[in-house]
Design a protein around this ligand. Structure first.
Ligand code: ZN
Ligand code: ZN
Length: 164
């Protein structure tokens, strides 16, 4: 192997790819990805067995291939969770009115180059694990201003970033 494509360290500026376990759904993010928010709410726990690790992409930067295999479940009014209808992989969390779509960080091809920013809904976390990474923990959700500039402009608190 020459490895000439493996030494590229400018990946932040490149499209990111991801997909489900069976490969029926693939997606490409052509813009920035938000740092990961770990959601410990009861909904994410049931869907993912543990907490959810979601990045996010601007709606217009997200291109989905194999959308016919993608299924959606409305988990709260105005909030839908996208998953592969074939293998069940959780892929997206999409809230009406957001100009971004949350993307399952675990569905992204490695390396993602992402870091976790904080934990939310920790009041609802399961009792079989502890959070020990020293990051900020919020008892409930918080609508994260992202992309920073756009969201700061419209002010009003949006829907929670996770669950419920
Ligand atoms: Zn699949
Ligand atoms: Zn959640």
């Amino acid at each position: 192997m020459t490895g000439d494509t493996m030494t590229n360290d400018s990946s932040a500026a490149q499209a990111k790819h991801g997909g489900c376990l069976c490969g029926a759904v693939r997606f490409t993010v052509s813009g920035p990805l938000r740092p990961v928010i770990a959601c410990h709410c009861g909904q994410c726990r049931r869907v993912l067995s543990n907490f959810a690790a979601y990045s996010a992409a601007r709606r217009g930067d997200l291109a989905i291939e194999g959308a016919a295999a993608l299924a959606w479940f409305e988990s709260s009014p105005g909030v839908r969770r996208g998953f592969c209808g074939r293998c069940g992989s959780a892929l997206f969390w999409d809230c009406d009115g957001n100009d971004f779509v949350s993307v399952s960080a675990g569905a992204l091809d490695q390396p993602t180059g992402l870091r976790t920013r904080r934990h939310i809904f920790v009041a609802d976390k399961a009792d079989f694990y502890e959070i020990g990474d020293g990051l900020e923990c919020l008892p409930q959700g918080q609508s994260d201003p992202w992309p920073q500039d756009d969201a700061a402009a419209d002010g009003a608190g949006g829907p929670p970033a996770g669950g419920r």
